[in-house]
Each structure stands twice: as C-alpha cells, then as structure tokens.
Design a protein around this ligand. Structure first.
Ligand SMILES: [Zn+2]
Length: 248
C-alpha cells in the first residue's frame, strides 16, 4: 500500500540550513531538453528541481526534498547504519548526524569494494556489502543510468535490514510512459535506440531510461510512500520510499 504525502519543503526556510534566500539557475541545457523532448513547462519544472538552490548551503531543491523525506521518517533517530550511494552533493553532514554513514562512488575500472578517496567503490547492481545490515540507504538520479535498474533496487534491498528503507529520487515525467534510449546486448555491446542523451557535464552520464508514470506502477508492490513538494505546481520534485518487509 503506498501513501502519498504532499508538503512544502521550503515553508520554514531551507531544510538543511534554515536559510531563506534562494536563487534560480538554469541547469537543463538545450541539448538535454531537446533529446528528452521536454515542453517549455517540463523544462522549467526540471530547472526548478535542479537549479533552485539555497544561497547559504547550495543545496538544490531535489536534494532538499530528499533530506525532507529523511527527516520525516527518521526525525529523532541516532545510531543508524546508513548507506549513501554515489555520494550526493551537500548531503553528507546531515546524514552523519543520524549515525554511521558508508559512502560509495563508482569507477568501473577500479576493483569493487576498494577504497576510492573517502568512498568505497561500489556497483549498485552488485554491492560487496553484507545482507540485512543498513537501516537506511539513499540514492539519487542513479537508476536512469542503469540497464538493469530493477537489479540495482533489489541489491539495495538485500543490504537493508527488514524494516529498513531506501529513499531515492528519479527524474520522471508523470505525463508519459517510460522510454528506453540505450540497450546492452548479451555480449555487452551498447545499442542506441535513440540519439544519445546525457546528464552532468558533456558525455558524463549517458541516459538509459527516461522514466514515466509506469515506473511507479512497476514498483507498486515495493513503494511504501511517495513524498511530493508543491504537488500541484511541479510533480517532478518528489522522493520514493521503499521499505524492506522480509529478510532476503
Ligand atoms: Zn540551505
């Protein structure tokens, strides 16, 4: 059963630092808007999600939404075991206040489980971490870059304790069906079904999936809550909460 919670994350200032001054930057470039096929309104919505930034702590609206959900579910928590996958900008200090944080990044050329600076090198689809270990796992804007995003979600679930949750964000358009841009063949050859589209700096993160409403239907049995900021104005600013019910 999934519960939808509507909120206004900036009602009392920045969720992270309490700051009241924000600035709006333009983040979605022409190439991305064009390959993604965004309307002017959709582009503005994603610009707000990514480019509406707290002037004091620099946290974007998407990350503030994620932090709002973490605070909502773990208000007075301490001593949590937290898995912070693919380290999200500016989120680390807030997570450290809640417990012990394991942070990961991913460099395909490096051995899985090896240290990479302050992080451990981890592939979300095959973690080197023990099962039933974490209370909370966080990831953001990762699934759309994975050929087997379902495998990634199952793998994160594996390392959660029963009752533990993963909280994540995905770029998603509620008005469309999911579209796949790239495919991987059995012999690991990459086939472009649509012209390449990228997130991040040029060519940094090729987009495999453009998620639509069917993603949420597909995850229905796993999703316990959906949190939306300013639902009637901009549905792109939301987080997904999946809870692990049994040990696996
Ligand atoms: Zn702030």
């Amino acid at each position: 059963m999934r519960k939808r919670r509507l909120c206004r994350i900036d009602k009392h200032g920045c969720v992270s630092c309490g700051g009241r001054a924000f600035e709006q930057r333009s983040v979605i470039n022409d190439a991305l808007a064009s390959t993604w096929g965004l309307s002017a309104r959709e582009r503005a919505a994603f610009n707000q999600r990514e480019g509406h930034v707290c002037k004091a702590c620099q946290m974007s609206k998407r990350v503030r939404m994620l932090l709002w959900s973490i605070r909502e579910l773990f208000a007075a928590a301490s001593g949590l075991r937290i898995l912070h996958l693919n380290q999200i900008n500016h989120l680390t200090p807030a997570l450290r206040a809640l417990g012990d944080v394991r942070e990961t990044c991913y460099q395909p050329g490096l051995e899985r489980g090896a240290k990479a600076g302050d992080c451990i090198n981890e592939d979300i689809c095959q973690l080197t971490l023990p099962a039933n270990h974490f209370d909370l796992a966080i990831h953001s804007e990762t699934l759309e870059h994975l050929f087997a995003f379902g495998k990634g979600l199952s793998e994160v679930e594996r390392v959660l304790k029963p009752g533990g949750v993963q909280i994540y964000t995905v770029p998603l358009l509620h008005s469309r069906k999911t579209r796949q841009r790239m495919q991987e063949t059995e012999n690991e050859r990459i086939v472009h079904l649509l012209p390449p589209s990228y997130h991040g700096n040029e060519g940094e993160f090729p987009v495999v999936w453009e998620f639509g409403y069917d993603f949420l239907d597909h995850r229905k049995s796993k999703i316990s809550e959906l949190h939306y900021d300013n639902y009637w104005q901009n549905k792109t600013v939301f987080t997904v909460v999946e809870m692990k019910h049994t040990s696996s």
